[in-house]
Design a protein around this ligand. Structure first.
Ligand SMILES: [Cu+2]
Length: 476
């Protein structure tokens, strides 16, 4: 097929598809003849598209109903997802701050969780004292890009859509009519929507070998203890403002997981529990967020039980690839959309704006580090420590304190709030949740009111009894 004929074929195919899509709304006259000679008639084609109102304005009407009034009365479950666009100074690892842009005072923004087929009613409000406008492009939607137009300070906008595809989907600020979108996203305006499959998640199958070497299959119920991890970068000037020139050459100032460098590493509370002394560090290298005075941005760990189905929702929000790997573990199942991509794999690659669901079971008690297996990312912040079971033999201390032995330390310390997604179709409730995240003080107050534990207040009260219990056991 020569080039000219190929071009004619393409235009004709577009016209046929267009006729199918627009059939109910547009006449054949509007979609034109069956083929165009592109070399001569390109101006005519563009004119026709213009007469149709432009592809961007016309096509989405053919794909999905997006009228809020209709969708709200469609009998589907409707989720009212309200966000505000706010700029705040947020803390960096070195004690300085940076100019963050946030959805609702937190980085990442609140996680939306719905079931496939539900209606999302998204409202974005920009306070009148905010310096610039913001938008929200939700990848879980299939609606006109025009809906993601920026909202001016003092104004609010709403759009509705049906979450038709299951999976994990990014949402992000679209800047001011696309201008500075990179700055807004890389300064913190991103989050995820989790769309649970209409029929729920599948059981997890893990292959095991018997003592004689024969293959066996072990099945875990679909219900799982769930976490969320979102990877991104910061590109900053020395003054803590966005540095586009660094972004253009991919030289990140920091790699962040859920908005924080080294956010999930031990701190002095863990030193106390494990070593009997808040000053005796568990890890000299990793312990960068050590100090109760850091409050919601102190280091916290993720606690799981052994032989428990764990599901992790992972999104690459950033500008660099993520080579997701858990040191000491194998990813038992990798799902993208609602399709299994791999099983029993060591590492899975996520490009920018890609997500996945990792299902796994931690078989042995121990400490496991989830990393972006890119050394620049590891050493600039992408280390997340999971602790499975009771590797430090703390249960005797727990019992000495008058409590029952625990299958994971989450029962004592809780899991960090920013790593815990909202409950979904097959979620196991976390035993407790502690307050951890790149949050404004207003968000912290709300979490406290909702029952999350401020560890920086609780740990000092427990320090004396824990020390006494360790002494009684002869540990210190
Ligand atoms: Cu923005």
């Amino acid at each position: 097929m020569n080039k000219r004929i190929s071009m004619l074929f393409t235009i004709a195919a577009v016209a046929v598809v267009g006729a199918t899509l627009f059939g109910s709304t547009y006449t054949n006259t509007q979609i034109g003849g069956s083929s165009y000679d592109f070399s001569k008639a390109d101006v005519e084609v563009l004119d026709k598209i213009r007469q149709m109102g432009g592809l961007q304005l016309v096509m989405p009407q053919a794909f999905a109903e997006t009228d809020c009034g209709v969708l709200e009365n469609s009998g589907r479950t409707v989720h009212d997802f309200q966000l505000t666009g706010e700029s705040h100074e947020m803390p960096l690892l070195n004690g300085a701050t940076y100019s963050a842009m946030t959805f609702s005072g937190q980085v990442p923004g609140p996680t939306l969780r719905v079931t496939q087929g539900d209606v999302v009613k998204m409202t974005l409000t920009i306070p009148s004292d905010e310096m610039v406008g913001h938008g929200n492009d939700m990848h879980a939607s299939q609606i006109t890009a025009g809906a993601f137009e920026s909202v001016n300070p003092g104004e609010s906008t709403t759009y509705c859509y049906i979450a038709e595809a299951a999976g994990i989907f990014k949402y992000h600020c679209s800047g001011v009519k696309l201008a500075a979108m990179d700055q807004h996203v890389l300064s913190g305006m991103y989050g995820i929507a989790i769309v649970d499959p209409a029929n729920g998640y599948k059981k997890l199958m893990v292959e095991k070998t018997s003592g004689s070497g024969e293959l066996d299959r072990k099945f875990y119920d679909a219900d799982a203890l769930e976490f969320q991890l979102q990877y991104n970068q910061l590109y900053l000037t020395d003054a803590g403002t966005y540095d586009m020139s660094k972004m253009m050459v991919h030289q990140q100032s920091a790699t962040v997981v859920n908005g924080m460098q080294f956010g999930y590493v031990p701190n002095m509370a863990h030193n106390l529990l494990v070593n009997g002394d808040p000053a005796k560090k568990i890890s000299a290298v990793l312990q960068a967020r050590d100090g109760l005075d850091l409050e919601q941005v102190q280091g916290q760990l993720l606690f799981v039980e052994n032989d428990q189905h764990v599901r992790i929702f992972i999104e690459n929000q950033g500008n660099e690839p993520v080579f997701f790997h858990i040191v000491g573990e194998i990813l038992d199942r990798v799902t993208q959309g609602n399709r299994v991509q791999s099983a029993a794999t060591e590492t899975w690659l996520l490009g920018g704006s890609q997500g996945m669901i990792v299902d796994l079971v931690f078989d042995e008690p121990g400490v496991y580090a989830a990393v972006n297996h890119d050394y620049a990312a590891i050493y600039s912040g992408a280390v997340t420590v999971f602790v499975a079971g009771d590797p430090f033999n703390l249960n005797p201390i727990v019992e000495e304190l008058g409590m029952d032995a625990v299958p994971s330390y989450a029962y004592v310390l809780g899991n960090p709030s920013d790593a815990v997604p909202p409950m979904g179709l097959n979620s196991i409730a976390h035993p407790a949740v502690n307050i951890h995240g790149m949050y404004t003080d207003e968000v912290v107050s709300q979490l406290k009111a909702d029952g999350a534990i401020p560890l920086w207040e609780v740990v000092p009260e427990l320090a004396g009894p824990i020390t006494d219990a360790m002494k009684a056991l002869g540990r210190i």
